[in-house]
Design a protein around this ligand. Structure first.
Ligand code: UGA
Length: 436
């Protein structure tokens, strides 16, 4: 089966590479000529473990190609996946102009029955809008179906999430389109992946509701962590005790400096906007958005207090800048407000991240110094702050670290280390939600 994936960003590339690995004949399209030229040369413009190998393998097998020629790709395909960006507007609502542009292009090149699949996270009702655009612009010349098939990929483990998903959600009315979608995902039937077949609106809402729920879970444990600090409890034990209840589940109960990334902040805001437009104030999610901002600000208070009330004139070493490990993505990373506040309050910041430093330079204050490794960032620092839990920060040589720091103070915003061990090793140690 011929498939076109329009938009060769993160979602598009992962989808294209994985579908070609399922045996589909896939053309990935993007209007960015530089990006397509890179991909044609075998270079992958984003950092995602395993993606370059998968692209190389399937490109070599002739099942995966890259082009800027959207017309040709659309004409050839039976299924067209829309995987273009839906960036947030000023007011938090999703900007659909790229999706609309693709729908218009599809309409212009419709040459037979096609299934148009939205992969991008789109507001509820977008499926209908796409259908309307294609119907009007194509003049009803050919039949087509619109399907919502939201992705649930996590950066850093996107390939695994695609190949072994917890579920596949397919929102469609037309039985022919549902049958085609099932064909495309046939390898997942073999591993008994549950399929949720529903209408387009429900599928669109599943995506937002899932992300907002996960963001709520994280925010909930972040607030429990605050209580733990005040009451002498240990948030790890509380989270474990809660998570063993199967109705709650153990995942996404790890406290930290607030959720970030390209999805949770955008999707929580968009869902509150969607709800308001539907005439309802989605109170829980609005509060989650608000509390997450407070959590980030609270991390700055924590560092300031650990430093004796002020960071002015001090050197702060920062380990990890990306919004989470195994990615170079700085979008909405908690490191941005934290480092920016430290610099504003007069600290000299020396930072290290294994992958995100190039992107960090674009969004962090110009005075931030970028280091060779964790030890370099610690050298001469009065306080060492762990913001992202990269594996390489989990087993640092503590003796060496102590020797390099101007003051043996570690503020661990991801609870990478055990408080007792750090204190035994001679550090003043602060973490999240684990009272001494
Ligand atoms: C998230 C969802 O997990 C995916 O299912 C979804 O497909 C994706 O958004 C999307 O909508 O495209 P992602 O943003 O890549 O994936 O990253 P997560 O691993 O979910 O982490 C998001 C944020 O929450 C990070 O800042 C992370 O540090 C934080 N987090 C996560 C915690 O603070 N505690 C946790 O227990 C888990």
């Amino acid at each position: 089966m011929h498939i076109a994936v329009v938009g060769s960003g993160y979602v598009g590339l992962v989808t294209g590479a994985c579908l070609s690995d399922f045996g589909m004949d896939v053309t990935c399209v993007d209007k960015d000529e530089k990006k397509i030229a890179m991909l044609q040369r075998g270079e992958v413009p984003i950092y995602e473990p395993g993606l370059d190998g998968l692209i190389a393998k399937n490109a070599k097998a002739g099942r995966l190609r890259f082009t800027t020629n959207v017309a040709e790709a659309v004409e050839r395909a039976l299924a067209i996946f829309i995987a273009v960006g839906t960036p947030p507007r000023e007011d938090g609502s999703a900007d659909l102009s790229y999706v609309i542009e693709v729908a218009e292009t599809i309409a212009a090149h419709l040459n037979g029955y096609k299934v148009v699949v939205t992969k991008s996270t789109v507001p509820i009702g977008t499926g209908q809008l796409i259908e309307q655009i294609i119907r009007e612009k194509s003049g009803g010349r050919f039949p087509f179906s619109v399907v919502s098939n939201p992705e649930f990929l996590r950066e850093g483990s996107a390939i695994e999430d695609f190949m072994r998903p917890d579920r596949v959600v397919i929102g469609a009315r037309d039985p022919q389109a549902i049958a085609i979608m099932k064909d495309i995902y046939a390898p997942l039937y073999l591993i008994e992946t549950p399929f949720v077949i529903t209408n387009v609106e429900s599928a669109e809402l599943i995506k937002y509701a899932s992300n907002a729920f996960l963001a709520t879970k994280i925010t909930f444990i972040n607030e429990v962590a605050i209580l733990c600090e005040k009451l002498g409890a240990d948030v790890h034990h509380v989270a474990k005790g809660m998570g063993l209840d199967r109705r709650i589940g153990p995942k996404f109960l790890h406290p930290g400096p607030g959720y970030g990334g390209s999805c949770f902040p955008k999707d929580t805001r968009a869902l509150t906007d969607i709800a308001r437009q539907a005439g309802y104030r989605f109170g829980i999610v609005e509060t989650v958005v608000e509390v997450n901002e407070k959590i980030k600000a609270r991390m700055v208070d924590k560092i300031r207090t650990a430093c004796g009330g002020s960071v002015s004139g001090l050197t702060v070493g920062v380990l990890g800048l990306a919004f989470k490990p195994e990615t170079d993505d700085m979008r909405e990373s908690p490191a941005i407000p934290i480092v920016t506040a430290l610099v504003k309050e007069g600290a000299r910041v020396r930072a290290f991240d294994p992958a995100a430093m190039d992107n960090a330079k674009e969004v962090l204050p110009a005075t931030v110094e970028y280091c060779q490794d964790a030890y370099d960032a610690a050298t001469g620092a009065h306080c060492l702050v762990i913001i992202t839990e990269w594996n390489q920060f989990r087993s640092l040589d503590l003796e060496r670290l102590k020797g390099l720091l101007a003051r043996p103070l570690v503020v661990d915003l991801r609870n990478v280390y055990e408080p007792d061990k750090m204190r035994e090793a001679g550090f003043a140690y602060e973490c999240v939600g684990r009272a001494a």
